[in-house]
Write a protein of this length. Structure first.
Length: 229
């Protein structure tokens, strides 16, 4: 048998169980039937009359950063991808001027490849125009029990509308200055004191990599005479 024939014979053989790659788990685990760990978040309109036109929606992102649950993209950048999913959080409030959300940290049953809560995000929607603005909110410091966040959501009839401004003021520019005061919607986001504190972050695959170290400059250089001592 020639060398070329031997190589082709080897390549055409079916894969054996020993050579099969380990199974990746991309689907979320089962839901926890009795979740107890929750962030109780209220988004209220500072001007009650704004509730007749604008609505609030909340989403939460869950993901998993365990190596056995991810995969490497086949393209040139070889980016490692983790499974994630975005869940709509229902509004529990019966009042028009505020929305109340229960975001469960223990939404899924923990186990191998358990999905962890990552971050929430809210959207303010103008029901007259259909324009939606997202909130600049959802960092870990925003989610501590008792935390409060205030923002201004400037609406205008434009497909280039941006998000709500809370960490920074509304920019002083002609694009924003022409928005009338009644379309600048002030809101307040509060995390209830009886909310569960966030879990400690689960280490991910890339946490094992060392950060690059910048070489330090030498404090002094030896003189030629010192090198011969």
């Amino acid at each position: 048998m020639s060398l070329l024939t031997s190589i082709l014979f080897f390549l055409l053989q079916p894969s054996t169980p020993a050579s099969t790659a380990p199974t990746k788990h991309f689907s979320p685990p089962p839901l926890n039937p009795h979740p107890k760990e929750a962030l109780h978040v209220t988004v209220s309109f500072d001007r009650p009359e704004d509730a007749s036109r604008y609505t609030v929606a909340m989403k939460a992102r869950y993901w998993n950063q365990q190596r056995e649950c991810g995969y490497v993209e086949p393209d040139w950048n070889r980016r490692f991808v983790y499974p994630e999913g975005i869940v709509d959080i229902p509004n529990q409030s019966r009042r028009a001027d505020r929305a109340e959300f229960d975001i469960y940290l223990d939404r899924y049953i923990r186990g191998t490849c358990s999905w962890e809560f990552a971050s929430p995000d809210f959207t303010i929607r103008d029901t007259y125009t259909g324009i939606e603005l997202t909130g600049d909110w959802g960092l870990r410091d925003d989610l501590n029990p008792g935390a409060e966040y205030r923002a201004i959501c400037p609406f205008r009839r434009s497909e280039y509308s941006k998000g709500c401004f809370g960490r920074h003021p509304v920019p002083d520019s002609p694009w924003y200055n022409q928005i009338p005061a009644e379309n600048r919607i002030p809101i307040t986001v509060r995390v209830s004191q009886n909310s569960t504190s966030l879990r400690q972050r689960v280490p991910g695959f890339f946490d094992d990599f060392l950060e690059p170290v910048t070489p330090s400059e030498p404090t002094s250089s030896a003189s030629p005479s010192e090198t011969h001592l």
